[in-house]
Design a protein around this ligand. Structure first.
Ligand code: ACO
Length: 414
């Protein structure tokens, strides 16, 4: 468990000879994993983890998921208000104007090893976009914003180009007449998605756009606080997101469901019949670090509101696509987890039902986290812009727990 403590020897303000109070740093506090520490201000998303509330600029996530589009949500996050019709139209056109990759960039993607993990490819390719920018270091807000829009607009083409490359298929150029969601699915599959699939994907993009000071967002803010550059901040955030304790969990959820199916097959049983022993076994091995992926959250101690929405949504899609098996397995896991560890505040997070949603709309497992990144770039960039506006360098301290006054022992005496 995390602990918050104030060392007894915390410095107190002292008077300077002139009688003015010297600007001593604030008394240090320590919290493992920075739990409960406020490290930045934001106007983008608000989370109440006890009540299960998530709002973007004050608007409940459920309302946005039902009524908004990804483009409108990004406008909201970056401008602090919903756009008027003409503003949304202009913003959408500007984003679509950035769908194209720089000249020669597709060739670059096609030199990637086909066996590379898409998140490693994405991190590298987003980083290398900076080399095609004549002025990558400009951090004034209007220019940084343009870079944000360019990275957001280009990322779908990077992911789709790589996926087609590894399948031995030619690159499909983006289409500016399509929405962010539809264009990605079009470039990936070479055909326009149906309205229902586009809507499902768009909703996933909305739900993943921003989420307070999560690990990857914090990473982006820490990087830009050195006045580095937008590309470095987004690249670092992608590196953070891919971890299995963060955005990589959606792939792990799917792997867990696959593992249950395989195990059931090997035992000649139905998957539903082995879920209970499977989950109970993992829970029994919690002290060894075993986890039920897609459950638990640093902030939410009740069900993540994005999971609530996705649960209903994934049931609908699973019903429409005639693929209810995984939804039913997920629902059973949720019931067992609620019974066993609900009292400890361990509930489904966004990754749990997004895995089945993505699977139901035919997306490949190792693209789940890149798709999360594709949406979250909007949140990372928004935080980078907030950080640049009144920046102060992030530079926390460590609690030194090593020895003092240790002798320097000459090499031949060690
Ligand atoms: N399965 C089993 N037990 C869990 C789980 C889980 N998924 N999550 C937390 N616990 C238990 C821990 O074993 C621990 O139990 P203990 O008090 O008996 O030791 C207790 O709950 C607290 O767990 P911590 O890991 O200390 O909680 P923390 O706030 O550090 O972790 C985290 C949050 C990393 C998300 C954790 O819940 C986890 O590992 N979940 C699985 C991975 C996952 O789904 N990540 C996605 C998060 S959402 C996102 O990033 C987009």
């Amino acid at each position: 468990m995390s602990t918050t403590m104030t060392p007894p020897s915390s410095p107190s303000p002292t008077s300077s000879p002139a009688g003015a109070v010297a600007a001593n740093p604030p008394a240090p506090t320590w919290s493992k994993g920075l739990e409960g520490i406020i490290a930045a201000e934001t106007k983008m998303s608000f989370i109440d983890g006890a009540k299960g509330i998530l709002e973007y600029v004050g608007i409940p996530i459920d309302d946005l998921a039902r009524n908004s589009s990804f483009e409108e949500t990004v406008y909201l996050l970056w401008n602090g208000r919903l756009p008027k019709r003409a503003e949304l139209e202009a913003f959408t056109q500007e984003l679509r104007g950035n769908y194209e990759l720089p000249a020669g960039f597709v060739d670059r993607i096609q030199t990637c090893p086909k066996a590379a993990a898409p998140m490693h490819m994405l991190r590298t390719m987003v980083s290398s976009l900076s080399m095609y920018d004549a002025n990558p270091d400009a951090n004034d807000i209007p220019t940084a914003r343009k870079k944000a829009l360019a990275i957001l607009g280009q990322t779908p083409a990077i992911i789709a180009a790589f996926d087609r490359h590894r399948r031995g298929l030619p690159f499909v150029a983006p289409r500016k007449d399509l929405s962010f969601a539809a264009n990605f699915l079009y470039m990936l599959n070479g055909k326009e998605p149906t309205e229902a699939v586009t809507r499902a994907f768009d909703v996933c993009m909305i739900l993943h756009a921003d989420h307070g000071l999560n690990n990857s967002t914090f990473t982006a803010r820490v990087i830009i606080s050195t006045l580095s550059d937008m590309y470095s901040a987004i690249t670092g955030a992608i590196g953070s997101l891919r971890g299995p304790l963060h955005g990589g969990a959606n792939e792990e959820v799917m792997e867990m469901l696959n593992e249950i199916e395989q195990l059931a097959k090997s035992q000649n049983k139905a998957p539903m019949d082995i879920i209970e022993p499977f989950i109970m076994d993992r829970l029994a091995r919690r002290n060894e670090g075993a986890r039920i992926m897609g459950f638990g959250h640093r902030v939410y101690k009740t069900i993540d509101p994005r999971a609530t929405f996705l649960k209903t949504f994934s049931k609908q899609i699973a019903t429409d696509t005639g693929n209810l098996k995984l939804y039913e397995m997920s629902s059973r896991i949720e019931d067992i987890m609620k019974r066993e560890v609900g009292a400890k505040g361990i509930y489904p997070n966004v990754d749990f039902y997004s895995a089945t949603t993505y699977h139901s709309i035919g997306l490949k497992l190792d693209l789940f986290t890149p798709m999360f990144a594709m949406s979250r770039i909007s949140g990372w960039a928004g935080h980078v812009l907030e950080q640049l506006d009144g920046n102060r360098l992030f530079r926390p301290t460590t609690k030194y727990v090593g020895p003092h006054d240790a002798p320097y022992v000459p090499m031949d005496k060690r």
